[in-house]
Ligand binder design. Sequence first.
Ligand code: WTA
Length: 621
Amino acid sequence: MSKLYNPSPEVLKKAHIKDYDKLYSESIKDPEKFWEGIAKELSWFKPWKKVLQWRYPFAKWFIGARCNIIHNVLDRHIKSGKGDKLALLWEGQDGKERKFTYKELNDEVSRLANGLKKLGVKKGDRISIYLPRLPEQIISMLACAKIGAIHSVVYCGFSVEALRTRITDAQTKVVITADGYHYRDKLIKTKHIVDEAAEGIKSVKHIIVVKRANNDIDMKQERDIWYDKLVKDMSTDCTTEEMSSEDPLFILYTSGSTGKPKAVVHVHGGYMVGIYATLKLIFNISDDDIWYCTADPGWITGHSYITYAPFILGITQFFYEGPPLYPDPGKWWSLIEKYKITKFYSTPTAIRASMRYGAEWPQKYDLSSLRILGTVGEPINPEAWEWYYEHIGHRRCPIMDTWWQTETGMQMISPLPSMPLKPGSAAKPFFGIVAEIMDKDGRVVETGKGGFLVLKTPWPSMLRTLYKNKKRYKKVYWGEISGVYFTGDAAKKDKDGYFWIEGRTDDVLKVAGYRFGTAELESAFVSHPSVVEAAVIGKPHEVKGQAIKAFVILKQGIEKTEELKNELKAHIKKEVGPIAKPEEIEFVDTLPKTRSGKIMRRILKAKELGKPVGDTSTLED
Ligand code: WTA
């Protein structure tokens, strides 16, 4: 039996939603009515004629409406007299502070939007953003959205090759980057990486460079331009482009089962409705909140719950440049004290890492401003949950364990603050969402038994398709179990209807919450001249959740040395990025394969963990 934590009278009193069950059953009886009600809380240039058009598996929401997410992020706050409210508080790894009111943020976004237009950027053009966590990272995304350009943010822990693939696939017109930045005590030469990645790619007309580290860089005449210089003389007036609700807002590359990363497409209308509703109701947002999400806008969590939703809700948010636990394990807790953070959203990996350093770090700081905590990205083990609850939330703050994906755009399964909590469970589906546990044949699995987590109905912020690849969209998400959206996760549902997410069932790894495809890593291994073949699995890791282990077959005559292992680790770092560095490499002579030649990672994993290998009838040898 798992523990149950009931909401305190204080939490209940403040909760926007007091009766989940009633509203949930209404919402799934008529999801269109539920979502229409939410949509009406936002501003639109022109209302919709129809809420949903569902031509399986393609959905369109708010048909006929004209809108722009920026109209809700900025314009309407300025119009309603909220211009002087603080929108963004930023602190650099070096302690430097910057602040923006809604009006100032709007001015910056408009200046850059005008700058982009001057460089010839038009509605529908793709802009790659490869920036560290600076205010300009957010401003760049917002400026693209404002003029109807499609942003493709690439996490700046990715390497040259990963960035190059993404620029090429998107046919990017402009790249926005920085000269460099300090990550811990290391100088990362961002502009150099972009120079290499964009080399010879014809679509790239300009590279805009934010000055951060003051390191030496090459500026290519005509192509490269300093950010400051570009925006300096630009007007702070810029009309927000009227978009169709179904026009793309951004593409975001994520890893799947096959080698090439795929670009998930999200649109203006439905996306803003979904992220607004979830942040508001799950984190019980009120006007005086100070929001702090530790994610990076290079990933979906940062898109939805840093760049967009907090501003749509008109609250103040804090944004920190530095990495977790740096310069010391008390840094985040000191920021909570300093900025009087009320809602804090982080990851299980970060909580587990903090746990290792001990409760004396958070104990140094006054965390009494906190009201609600959150986590996302991987399953949180009950021990880490309890630590978070005890030492960060001081048993006052409910923890929202939010399950969702790049593809879903918004939080899909999560508790609400008014719900009894079970440590380790993501609780129940959000309003309008129908989740189920099924077997491979689409039969609903008994209560308490494990199976595939699926979603049975469309939701407004769902991905619309994969960029330039409708076929793959159909196959990956709707082709595994007929009629439902296949999440790729295993889960079970208990007798109270609480969902327990168990992790991925496909060839996707979650390492410290970062998402990688095994195929993507394997092809990086094979690109090394000494390697013939490689198979990658995720191995349980105390802090990171999963760590990368690779089984590698070397070319004939190559010696199996420790030096070569280190060289291969460095190679992966270079090919994919430092976040993908393998924990362990083992040289082997063969790999288990099916008769059709597919590597059976399941067998490698079972052997590695000393578990039964299961059915081997398809094994070749
Ligand atoms: C995992 C991150 C357990 C899951 C927003 C999912 C989780 C994948 C949780 C998507 C959670 C996310 N509990 N597992 N609360 N949240 N996941 O696209 O395996 O980076 O399929 O999106 O993260 O990862 P992605």
